[in-house]
Design a protein. Structure first.
Lengths: 307, 508
């Protein structure tokens, strides 16, 4: 190139020697500040390479003298977040779950915390919006198998339902009336007619009248004389419009014949009490939460679950 | 310009800056620049301290960008984040306004109102007060380092840094209550971001206004590039009237025998009278005496006689300088002046320049003005008609509906009511569209379901509420449901939002 020092006459600048379609590049000097900024960037890059992980190796990168790592930064941020939440968590730990709604700030923290925990641990069965599915209760409605006040919900979440390995788990078992030969198929058909009658899905019939007697002898002990259920044993109310497995004739027949045995894990052994309080508050606030019973009702001795 | 020989044989990695030492000048445009500087700096420094009473629930600062609470106050106007299109509209107006100004009066923004120009001008004057005028500055620059030079340099750079700090200091007052922030800033208890902002703006003001100056305009700023695309033959530019000035009478000095012979008997640079008396001379000599006054005063260090160029910010200081020289020479003013390329050509051919009004009222300026004015009017119109309450309803989508034990269907909604007045207000929320529907909030329960719920919204705030609506279990899968917020105070006012009430598909 040195032998090709031609000068562009109008500007007095020398050519670099590159040419594209007759357009030639001039060796126009940079402004000094631009050049110094460029040098500063190079210096910055050198310092960066020394201080931070930079050059890739087979199993990672050069460590850098500051000891920085993205994992380390994440841990720092998690620790900071933990510290930030600590006062709220302490307050939630100290307050009984029934009193959380009286404190709007704690209520909001508990509901939002419960919402995200719910998505992680509960949504697999109950759905991300807690709308449930066949066999998994809808937590938005006002129908509760075991009770819908905060203390009851907290108990259910902590110990689960029919969960092996938890002594305090909610326990009950419906007999398989058909499979075990307790009722004959015709009797089952009559009982189903009766259940369809009390849930206002079918008009009265001779079958339903016969079923009433069978119901009184076999089912009323748990579901109640008026088929309105019994929360101490998690026996559903059969007169309302909500069905856990389905209210059509085939499904009810299937339920009476083979029974149901839904299981929910006991979360008390996996989640800390504060998290369970948050979950309780969230579930209670979905729209179907019930008021806590008065003190006298609360001290009522709970009957043992029917095995 | 370096000669080609300089460039050969030596590698140049950078173009060394040729430092500009603008000479002081006085005249029409200098006075105009003083006035513009006074007005713009006053606006900048005084605005945050103006007060505006908005009642007890809102700040009393006339112009305030309240980032923490996401509000922008400008006198009687308060802008919420959702109304950010007003700010976007202002920015568009500013952009179109620049085009309008450019097509009407050329680069007037660059020459007079641009902060870079105003602050550079300020820095140059401070420099002059300390170092003296152009010649003294050049002498000082070349002088070896000594106590006096060190002292002068220290004084100058300190003064610049003080101006920079005051500039940055004023900026932060637009973002917080000025008197409070000033106190806490002085006590050292202001937020870190305030000190950082002042520090950064001090540095940029000092570097741009003191050290880089014309390089910002020539190398960094995109506007001169846009400008060169926008100029046409009707654009007002600072123009050296070649037809009058050339050929320059440079070198025709007193006592120069050859020149004296060539020009006149007494050997002085010919006056107009002399030229008028000697048509042969007049035909050969232009008005420009090549005194370089126009170059000496130029803040960007260009020679305007080379024609329009990117470095010319059209500040008009060379006009003042040349006018002063022309007056001394008893020749007509405005050898250099604001004119258009078209007028220049007309004048070269000996014609009369067109009237300024004809130049201003051409389609381009009128179209720009039309666009600019319609955006402004549209914004004023919507600003006048905007409501100060608003309701927005978000239907719960997961689940869309919930069957209750008595067979009814419940839908959930999150409603937000916005109160943009600077006083607390109460609202009744009503629903309409689904027969027999009742509502309750998450604060009560279904036993207390009613036809309307009350919501109190604090001054200048948004209140949020969870609403449940229940209706018969049979009916259309999707019905319109309108939520209405009625303001309960004497001023009243209504806001509506449409949503839906959804039920399961009916079994056939």
């Amino acid at each position: 190139m040195a032998d090709d020092k031609r000068i562009d006459q109008p500007t007095g600048t020398s050519f670099v020697g590159h040419e594209w379609d007759g357009i030639e590049e001039l060796d126009t000097p940079m402004p000094r500040w631009w050049l110094y900024t460029f040098y500063a960037c190079i210096a910055f890059a050198v310092v960066w390479v020394i201080l931070y992980p930079a050059i890739p190796t087979l199993h990672g990168a050069t460590p850098g003298t500051l000891g920085w790592s993205s994992h380390g930064q994440l841990n720092t941020e998690l620790a900071a977040e933990h510290d930030r939440r600590a006062p709220t968590v302490r307050a939630l730990a100290a307050i009984p779950v029934e009193q959380i709604p009286a404190n709007p700030q704690l209520l909001r923290a508990a509901q939002e915390g419960g919402r995200s925990v719910f998505k992680v641990y509960c949504s697999q069965c109950h759905g991300s919006g807690a709308a449930g599915a066949k066999g998994y209760p809808n937590l938005n409605d006002d129908d509760w198998l075991w009770g819908g006040d905060v203390a009851t919900i907290q108990q259910t979440i902590t110990h689960g339902v029919r969960y092996p390995g938890d002594d305090k788990t909610r326990m009950s078992q419906m007999p398989a009336f058909g499979r075990d030969g307790i009722l004959k198929p015709a009797e089952i058909e009559d009982v189903v007619s009766f259940v369809r009658l009390v849930s206002r899905q079918e008009p009265a019939s001779a079958s339903a009248l016969r079923g009433a007697k069978t119901f009184a002898n076999n089912c009323a002990v748990c579901h109640g004389d008026h088929a309105t259920g019994n929360r101490t044993v998690g026996a559903p109310n059969l007169t309302d419009g909500i069905w856990l497995y389905g209210g059509d004739r085939d499904t009810i027949t299937e339920t009476v014949t083979n029974a149901r045995y839904g299981i929910m894990p006991a979360w008390g052994s996996r989640l800390d009490p504060v998290t369970i309080k948050m979950l309780t508050t969230y579930v209670h606030g979905l729209g179907g939460g019930e008021k806590s019973p008065s003190k006298t009702a609360q001290t009522r001795p709970s009957t043992a679950a029917a095995k | 310009m370096s000669s080609p020989q300089d460039l050969i044989g030596e590698e140049h990695f950078f173009e060394a800056r040729r430092k500009v030492f603008p000479k002081a000048v006085n005249g029409t445009y200098r006075r105009l620049k003083w006035a513009v500087m006074a007005v713009t700096l006053t606006i900048y420094y005084v605005t945050p301290w103006l007060r505006w009473n908005r009642g007890p629930f809102a700040p009393d600062q006339a112009v305030l960008v309240d980032l923490a609470h996401r509000r922008f106050y400008m006198f009687a106007i308060e802008i919420w984040p959702h109304e950010f299109y007003y700010v976007a509209g202002l920015l568009i107006m500013a952009g179109v306004g620049l085009f309008l100004v450019t097509s009407a009066v050329g680069r007037a923004w660059c020459g007079y109102a641009c902060p870079q120009t105003v602050w550079t001008d300020l820095f140059v004057h401070v420099e002059r007060a300390i170092d003296g005028d152009r010649n003294a500055q050049i002498r000082l620059e070349r002088a070896p380092w000594g106590l006096a030079k060190i002292a002068k340099r220290l004084t100058k750079h300190s003064a610049w840094l003080v101006i920079g700090a005051v500039t940055g200091g004023a900026w932060i007052f637009y973002f917080a209550d000025a008197p409070t922030l000033a106190q806490s800033f002085a006590r050292g208890t202001a937020p870190l971001v305030a000190y950082a902002t002042v520090g950064i703006l001090t540095a940029t003001t000092y570097v741009f206004g003191g050290l880089m100056r014309e390089q910002v305009c020539i190398y960094m700023c995109p506007w001169p590039r846009i400008q060169s695309a926008m100029l046409d033959e009707q654009s007002l530019t600072v123009t050296y009237k070649t037809w009058r000035g050339e050929p320059r009478s440079h070198g025709l000095k007193r006592g120069d025998a050859a020149a004296a012979n060539a020009l006149s008997a007494d050997g002085v640079v010919p006056s107009l009278v002399a030229l008028a008396n000697n048509p042969a001379l007049a035909a050969r000599i232009g008005d420009c005496i090549d005194c370089n006054a126009c170059v000496a005063v130029c803040p960007t260090g260009i020679d305007i006689r080379e024609g329009p160029q990117i470095g010319c910010i059209t500040c008009g200081l060379c006009v003042d300088a040349c006018d002063g020289i022309m007056a001394k020479l008893d020749r007509p003013a405005r050898l250099i002046g604001y004119t258009t390329d078209l007028d220049m050509r007309i004048a070269t051919d000996g014609g009369e320049p067109r009237p300024a009004l004809a130049r201003l009222l051409r389609p381009r300026t009128l179209i720009y003005f039309g666009i600019w004015a319609s955006i402004g009017l549209a914004m004023l119109f919507t600003l006048g008609g905007r409501t100060r309450i608003d309701i927005s309803v978000l239907q719960t989508r997961n689940p869309q509906w919930v069957r209750l034990s008595d067979g009814q269907i419940r839908n959930g909604y999150t409603i937000k009511v916005r109160n943009m007045e600077e006083r607390p207000r109460s609202f009744d929320i009503l629903i309409d569209g689904v027969p027999g529907a009742v509502m309750w909030s998450d604060a009560t329960d279904r036993i207390h379901a009613v036809k309307s719920v009350r919501l109190d919204v604090a001054a200048d705030q948004v209140a949020q509420m969870q609403i449940f609506v229940a209706a018969a279990g049979t009916g259309a899968a999707r019905s319109d449901l309108t939520f209405t917020a009625h303001a309960l105070d004497s001023e009243g006012g209504v806001a509506r939002d449409k949503s839906f009430f959804e039920r399961p598909e009916q079994q056939p």
